[in-house]
Design a protein around this ligand. Structure first.
Ligand SMILES: Cc1ncc(COP(=O)(O)O)c(C=O)c1O
Length: 473
């Protein structure tokens, strides 16, 4: 495809995307396709001859759009917001069009330096000190893996340069709350700590933050038994209930045991843009690294995940590579982001966040986040004063955890009721919610924060939930 054909097709596709977005609320939120439907609707082999753009657009409409659960829908309340602001989409279009190759500073100086600038803009917006330096990766799962690799090397005195973990005299241990995201367990296992050395610290009630007394006794017991506490992963905004682990106490304990602290603020990190929410992150300056995903609530498209560290040398010491074909006269004077993470060839991810921040401005983004916080409190007030309904944890940000409890309905019967009314809402196509287990019992999460969600959509959801719960009682 040459530039002129791209121009014509690109205009048409941008129009198509704009039409899709302006009509997204017309689609059922949850996809109705069955497994295999999408694959069956497409040819088994690639065409030998070029097809017209119209054929591709026809398949987008007939196959792809129905094959998606529409997280950009204003009545999507499932999982966490996954906002793909159109400003950020434009940034990604440019990234693709430029086709830059981020292997080294020299291969794309602007890719590196724009990433440095955008990470610094985001840091300032969050009120974080100048001690942090950032990089943009694909997600919080990778960020936690990277943090645990750095912690492993720090605690083991650079074991990878000799016999690796297998030669360590003492097992290295990792700690996170029992409510931490599954990616923490995954990262600890991938980094070689072993499940026997991962401690899921109990949480306090009702806030579900990490119980630091339990953490202290686990740390003490491990040390007494000859193990070496290597890392604590604290969560600021857990996935199930948006709980905030107490960072000052966690960081103080970490310091006394020489352990590394990584803060997983994947979803809630966006709240740092709001000065009135920063108290939730008190103590964060004492951590070693932190991650938040602007690709969740903030609005940058997927795979815009910020990892900040106070010690870039720690990352470089673990992940640096120096193949001869990547050397240049600038080495040693510039940042080589390939040494801050896993991939060698990196996309121009910074453009998505740059475009979002420049084309929308921080003020409008903050106003949207405040709108969502306000809508969450309004819904919480309605739930709180309605008989039969209860909130199961404090509403710290934009997520509510709730249950409808018909009289005399307990235990497994209550689970069946919860799953039934939630499924009725989801099957209606008019809204989408996520059921989740809390202390072994099902509840429903309402995660407010899709870009298009206004109070009218939350009100409509509340009516839908009440009708569904009534019908299944
Ligand atoms: C607290 C928390 N950590 C980590 C993740 C995983 O993030 P990612 O999909 O960017 O790997 C999530 C996802 O929702 C999360 O809520």
């Amino acid at each position: 495809m040459g530039p002129e054909e791209f121009r014509r097709a690109g205009h048409e596709l941008v129009d198509w995307v704009a039409d899709f977005r302006s009509g997204v609320a017309e689609h059922p939120v949850r996809s109705r396709v069955a497994p295999g439907d999408v694959a069956r609707a497409l040819p088994g082999a690639a065409p030998e001859q070029p097809e017209p753009l119209e054929a591709l657009i026809a398949d987008l409409e007939a196959v792809v759009v129905p094959g998606l659960t529409h997280v950009q829908h204003p009545s999507n309340f499932a999982w966490f917001p996954s906002n793909a602001s159109l400003a950020s989409v434009l940034g990604d279009l440019v990234a693709g069009g430029l086709g830059a190759l981020g292997l080294s500073w020299q291969s794309a100086p602007a890719l590196t330096e724009l990433e440095q600038v955008v990470c610094d803009w985001a840091r300032r917006l969050c009120g974080l000190s100048g001690a942090w330096q950032g990089t943009i990766g694909d997600g919080a799962s990778t960020a936690t893996l990277v943090a645990l690799l750095v912690a492993r090397e720090r605690a083991s005195g650079g074991s990878q340069r000799s016999g690796g973990l297998q030669a360590c005299p003492a097992p290295l241990t990792v700690y996170c709350s029992a409510d931490a995201h599954s990616s923490v367990t995954k990262a600890a296992l991938l980094a070689g700590y072993g499940v026997a050395n991962l401690r899921l610290v109990p949480v306090c009630q009702p806030g579900r933050e990490m119980d630091t007394r339990a953490l202290a006794s686990l740390l003490g017991a491990d040390q007494d038994a000859g193990r070496r506490p290597a890392a604590i992963v604290a969560t600021s905004g857990t996935t199930a209930t948006t709980a905030f682990d107490p960072l000052p106490e966690i960081c103080a304990l970490a310091k006394s045991y020489g352990a590394y602290v990584h803060v997983d603020a994947a979803m809630a990190g966006s709240a740092m843009l709001l000065p009135e929410c920063r108290h939730l992150f008190e103590g964060i300056e004492e951590a070693d690294s932190l991650c938040w995903n602007p690709h969740k609530w903030l609005g940058s498209i997927l795979e815009t995940s910020l990892l900040y560290t106070r010690d870039p040398a720690g990352l470089v010491g673990v992940m640096a590579t120096d193949p001869s074909y990547l050397r240049s006269s600038r080495d040693g004077t510039v940042v080589q982001y390939r040494d801050w993470g896993l991939p060698l060839g990196r996309r121009f991810r910074a453009l998505r966040l740059w475009a979002l921040l420049r084309l929308e401005g921080a003020e409008a983004i903050r106003a949207r986040l405040r709108r969502d916080l306000d809508n969450a409190q309004r819904l919480a007030a309605l739930v709180g004063r309605t008989a039969g309904w209860s909130l199961l944890s404090p509403v710290q940000l934009q997520t509510l955890c709730l249950r409808h409890h018909p009289q005399g309905c307990d235990g497994e019967a209550l689970d069946r009721h919860t799953l039934a009314w939630c499924e009725a809402v989801n099957a209606s196509g008019r809204a989408h919610l996520t059921p989740a287990l809390l202390d072994g019992r099902w509840m429903v999460r309402v995660s407010i924060g899709a870009e298009g969600t206004e109070w009218e959509h939350v009100e409509a959801l509340w009516a839908l939930m009440q009708a569904a719960a009534q019908a299944s009682s």
